[in-house]
Design a protein. Sequence first.
Length: 316
Amino acid sequence: MRSASLIFTCVFLVSTPVFANDHVRVALGNPGVGETEICDLAKDRGFFAKHGLDVDIQYTQGSAETIQVVLAGGADIAASVGTLGALAAYAKGAPIRAIAATFTGDSNMFLYVPSSSPITKIEQTAGKTVAYSNAGSSSQMMVLEAKKQFGIDLKPTATGGGPATLTQTLSGQIDVGWSGAPFAVDRLESGEIRLIMKASDLTAMGGQTSRIIVAALDDLRKRPDVHARFMDAYRETADWIYTTPEGLKAYSDWAKVSEKIGRRALDEFLPRAAVQTDKIMGLEQNMRSAVEFKYLSAPLTQAQMDEFVKIPPPGK
């Protein structure tokens, strides 16, 4: 009987299916800038795996490129994309839907110059090249809003991601660089660069969601539970970063800064409320800006917005 029981147990173990995690491909814009650590740490610290997901991340230089990866079939999700760029793509028929906000408010981004620059404030940038990442990005929105609000004839210039922009700014190829904490906060602390404007100096950017997560519509329809679990893991990771000593250390290690600078980056530039995921705020202002800056020919209707925004509720 023991032999028969052992045979039965072995057959049961062999025949019991082992379910693999669901595979998700994520395009992530501007690694090292803003809230991009949430996806990275969700993967590296096992939060995605905890929710049954096997996530591959590929990095891009910003909004337009990030969305294009999804449209080309290279990713299921585009994270940390500019709201303006996503709205413009959707209005042109792109099969994408917004499944989360990732950054709301105006505390994250800033413009800077080398410490040797004679420029000390944004009003001195007339005729100067002022960096943003690429078309439709939140950094482009910041530069365009600065040009409008301060009435300055500055020259918006696409420079790519944070590291590429820093190199161009320090080498004198560009007059004014852009960044989003935590990237370059250590350079501010050391005095190598000087801050000349925060996005919070701009009236139009307060209270708006400037970056979001979008999903490929076909994949969202086929696998709604996968996208819901992706967002549950994302939310859980954000809570861990902001509320635990282990999360702060992991964030600081990811940003390659001390915990002191990591804490400054979170408290001053990336407060917890800014990285809420469950409401895309200020869409009316976003659409007005999109029309003014010629991303949209006209504001989207309420029916279009209801179709575009498909945020899965938090899991229980």
